[in-house]
Design a protein around this ligand. Sequence first.
Ligand SMILES: [Zn+2]
Length: 503
Amino acid sequence: MKKSVYLIAILYSGIIFSQPPSSVNSDATKYAETITVADLKEDLTILASDALEGRETGKRGQKMAAAYIKTHFEELGLVGPVKGTGSPYYQNVPLKVVKPGEIYLMINGVRLNNIDEVLYSGQGNTNGEVPTEVVFMGEGSEADFEKNEVKGKSILIYNTDRNGRVLASKLAKEQGVQMIFSVRGSSDEEFKVFQTNFGNYFSSGTMKLDKDERKEVGMFYLSPSVAAGMLNTSFDKIEKAIDAAKNGEKNPYKKLKSEKIGYQLDFENKKIVSENVLGFLEGTDLKEEVLVLTSHYDHVGIKNGEIYNGADDDGSGTVAVMDIAEAFVKAKEDGKGPRRSILFMTVTAEEKGLLGSEYYADNPIFPLENTVANLNIDMIGRIDDRELKSENYVSLVGSDKLSTELHAISEKANSTYTNLFLDYTYNDEGHPERIYYRSDHWNFAKNGIPVIFYTTGSHPDYHKPTDTVEKIEFELMTARAKLVFYTAWEIVNRDGRLIVDKK
Ligand SMILES: [Zn+2]
């Protein structure tokens, strides 16, 4: 460094030290300092220990983690806000594990079994075999649906475009179609690849919220030759008919009549209950308005005898919420707010498809109209494998999507206090990972509640048994947790409620 620059640097830093920027709130700083490496480490060492067996939803380890978080909330003096039976700190989330049983398709008395020969995606039980009338519908376009009356019937489509298939499903639902048969792949070899990639997914059980099933129309995926067999023709003729329809020919599907078709659906449902863990800190003069801080405490459990500790995913976010809660409690004990109320909520079943947060959004303990924002944390303990400007970073998603003010508050909290490099890569609508729609905050955002999602992104230990506590960067993680704290502090203590000015 050149001498003159060096002098200026000293002068400049002198100014900074002698005159702190007026925007620094010394109360906020005081309580932020209670979020420490030592506290985060202590809690995470327990949550990510082998004793908690990977915290899989519905399993013993998840229940132990819930009890640990609940005890922490209780000891802090947070209120358990859930009424009814059981612990007021637990919101019971009713779930079911749905496993496919004997499912098959029948063409002219020839049976084609699920997984081996066809793939069924959907739910339902037919209680034995049911017959169905199948109408060939080409690509299943809007025009195809206009030309055919298919209420109560099944349809067979061949569309190579994903969006086209999604549209066909939507139209089928609107028209009251019984079942969709959809050709996958332009050859049987291509279908085989699809079968290999997804067979496991279709055959293993999936967890869902135990509520009325959304009445989606089920779908059998077929190979080209099975589809051709269904119409007693060749696949070549099917393709030609679709081309003819595209070229304006009037009735090219007329000759493609279906054989005698039947099928059986059979799913076994096992009901389980899991818990969202809630701790509530009542505000002062604006207590009707609530900020919700979330993270998911479940992880993927034990696979092939190996424990998936989930230290970063999402032990890191969970202990951050626990210690941010502690900071706000200490502030309140000293008469320093919060003016708005704060709900600290660690949710369950995120790894099963954001189910705990979905259940909360469907059954909120505090009205969603009064919920001013959601700050959600998932994986803030590592440095990911991207090349970023600084290791001292955090990636933010959603801050500018619904509220210009929220984004400004977040930026200012960082520039005033934490000085992290704020990365917005995942916030881009065009980003392939679409993270805005893929973590618990989405269940708030979809209800028009402004959110910020905090993450440091993926790394080679993501969803591996090696996501362990020794690999956590506690200094960095503490700084990231402090940014969430400062942002929350401003949201709950400012005069005005956050304005939602975007759609
Ligand atoms: Zn996660």
